[in-house]
Design a protein around this ligand. Sequence first.
Ligand code: ZN
Length: 259
Amino acid sequence: MQLIDSHCHLDFAVFDPQREALLQQWRRLGVCHMVVPAIGEVNWAKVMALAEVHQGISYSLGVHPWYVGDQSSNAMANLRQHLAARPAGLVAVGECGLDLRSQVPQAGQIEWFEAQIGMAIEHQLPLIVHSVRANDTVAKMLRRAKPPCGGVIHAFSGSLQQAQAFWQLGFRLGVGGVISYERANKTREALRAMPLEALVLETDAPDMPLQGQQGAINTPAALLPLVTLLAELRDEPIMDVAKVLCDSTRQLFQLADPI
Ligand SMILES: [Zn+2]
């Protein structure tokens, strides 16, 4: 069984001491590819370098809504330049989006998200979208701009209606640790009812551990319990679920077939 992690922050320092050993361990578990989203100028070079050094790693470049206030005045121009150069391994724009929780600074979020949607359109790339308490606003912005390559609503949390709206806009839904939490009933129901082709797997490692693993460092090894949970939730054979989600992720990010 092959599994792809469509969203993991492998560049984070917590993985520095034993990244190579961990990658080998995850590969043995069937994790054949990982997409590493950037969060801002601060890690663009690092995610690019990771993909150059290790096989089976792709990345996105962009600015996460939490960090829009930390970017230099040249950040937008620099991002455009990187995307235009289209380095090998670059598969998306992001992680970008909106986080409308009151504890997150709001200044600049809309402008940065709008700009990154524009860049995705210009450079024909999918978007990796962070949407927290913002699904309806995000859907409205995407409906207006209609990015042709779609993307993924990472760590989707929301109603079936919201899930369907994103899927109609060409966006898949990132299925992660959320489905292991019983209180996330609305989201679990939505992910149970959506077509399998609308879903991709993700861990958001090192964050978002499965229920019962809180406090531990999450890793792409969690894809196995995740796909098991999703198959149980949908009452479908695990091999089928794994295969469809793997193909769907490859299609979305235009990933080459495994060697
Ligand atoms: Zn993330």
